[in-house]
Every structure is written in C-alpha cells, then in structure tokens.
Design a binder for this molecule. Structure first.
Ligand SMILES: Nc1ncnc2c1ncn2[C@@H]1O[C@H](COP(=O)(O)OP(=O)(O)OP(=O)(O)O)[C@@H](O)[C@H]1O
Ligand SMILES: [Mg+2]
Length: 149
C-alpha cells in the first residue's frame, strides 16, 4: 500500500497526485479523480495544520454489487483528537463552533475542508488511536452519487 509521510506542504502535493493517478487506474472519471485529489489534499493539509505530522495511504476496494471498485484513503496523524467531530464536519466551523468572519483574515482555511470531503466520498470514519487518530474515507466508482449531490 503506498504510504506518503506528511510533514510539510510539498508532501501533500505528492500524496494528492498519487491518489489522483491511482483513482484513474481504478476507473474513476477525470472529474471524480480530481475530487479524490481534493479529498487527499484536504485530509493531508489538516494533518499538517492540526495533526502535527502523519501519513496518507490509499488502496483499492473490491467491487461491490452495483457499485464497482472503490478507493480507500486513510489519513493518520499524531495530533490531538477532534474536540467535537460533528461540529468540525459543518461548513464554516472549526471543531468547536462557527468561525468568526474576522478570524478568517488571520487563519489558514475557512472551515470548509471536511464538509467538502464528506460530500465527495461515500463513507467517512475517525478511529482514535493511543497516539493520534486515523480518518478513513471511501468512494466507489458507481452507485449513488457521493453524499450531498
Ligand atoms: N487532523 C485533525 N486533527 C485535529 N483537528 C482537526 C483535524 N482536521 C480538522 N480538525 C479540526 O476540524 C476543523 C474543521 O476542519 P476543516 O478541514 O473543515 O477546516 P479548516 O482546515 O480549518 O479550513 P479549510 O479546510 O477550509 O482550509 C478544523 O478547524 C480543526 O479544528
Ligand atoms: Mg481543512
């Protein structure tokens, strides 16, 4: 399974490109491979911003009835847990609540990454670990559109 260490921004770019290429090999359409590249970018950039450091891995999923093959992307980091995951998944929020518009001038990001990841994938899970956590997302080639569409 390809494993991309994530410590600096250029690491995110490398992982993003690899996910996009692999998704194309699995049979995802170009627009879908771009969405999966965005998913990898978002999860990878969050590792650097909030998870200290970690790694991004991905693998193919066996075909499911009517849904074709799939991809699993795992973002593992060594940072603190989400304060409140359900809030973090909402657009315009950090993991405690809505972002004040004035904060946006001084912080990296608008609190929109995880909401986008949710909409561009079919499943999303966070697994706490003793020394960090693992975020696992999956998407299949066919079947119902990714959530939110
Ligand atoms: N790997 C992580 N570890 C701990 N907290 C995280 C992690 N990823 C995200 N968070 C928390 O969840 C919030 C929402 O994440 P999200 O990616 O949606 O927004 P953002 O990174 O702040 O901004 P954007 O993604 O728009 O650049 C973050 O602001 C942060 O509080
Ligand atoms: Mg983000």
């Amino acid at each position: 399974m390809p494993n991309f260490e994530i410590r600096v921004w250029v690491d995110v770019l490398a992982a993003r490109g690899a996910v996009k290429a692999f998704a194309g090999e699995l049979g995802f359409q170009p627009r879908e491979t771009t969405e999966l590249a965005i998913v990898a970018s978002e999860l990878g950039s969050n590792i650097i911003k909030y998870g200290r450091h970690g790694c991004l891995t991905f693998s193919g999923l066996e075909p499911q009835e009517g849904r074709g093959r799939g991809i699993s992307v795992v973002a593992r980091d060594y940072g603190p847990p989400f304060h409140d995951l359900s809030i973090a998944l909402q657009d315009g929020c950090d993991d405690r609540g809505p972002l004040d518009p004035m904060q946006l001038l001084h912080r990296k990001g608008i609190g929109g990454g995880l909401g986008a990841v949710l909409r561009m994938t079919h499943s999303f899970a966070v697994h706490p670990l003793s020394d960090g956590k693992e975020i696992v997302v999956t998407r299949h080639v066919k079947g119902p559109g990714a959530r939110g569409r």
